[in-house]
Unconditional design. Structure first.
Length: 132
């Protein structure tokens, strides 16, 4: 299902002041697949060191589903879509900073997403979808 999406919710996209959202970055806003929105949020908000934080993913998903529960088809594809979002974001960083800009100071920044995404792939669908 399609909807208006942000696809770039992460710490740099908004600021909270006394619990009130003061700014949000709409650079990634589009009419897109709703599932890509939450899966992109997992990648943007739930990476802790070199792995994806499953507890944080579950908390984010619970909050998301309070406003809009996932449809059965979306739940079925949640894991694959999260892997896709991780690979897509990894490639974007690689292309942007290694190929296009050739920025040596950020040339390896893609690895910050690659390692957790590879870990997610090793984790597997069943473990990722476990509700705790």
């Amino acid at each position: 299902p399609g909807a208006s999406t942000n696809r770039d919710v992460c710490g740099e996209s908004g600021t909270l002041d006394g619990g009130v959202l003061r700014r949000i970055d709409f650079e990634g806003a589009a009419r897109d697949c709703r599932l890509l929105d939450i899966c992109g949020d997992f990648i943007g908000c739930c990476i802790n060191e070199a792995h994806i934080d499953l507890d944080r993913c579950q908390a984010l998903l619970r909050g998301y589903e309070r406003a809009r529960p996932l449809e059965p088809m979306e739940t079925e594809h949640l894991y694959a879509c999260t892997v896709y979002a991780g690979l897509l974001s990894t490639y974007w960083r690689y292309e942007q900073f290694t190929i296009k800009e050739r920025d040596q100071s950020r040339a390896d920044i893609y690895k910050e997403l690659l390692l957790p995404t590879l870990g997610l792939m090793e984790l597997g669908r069943e473990r990722f979808l476990q509700r705790g």
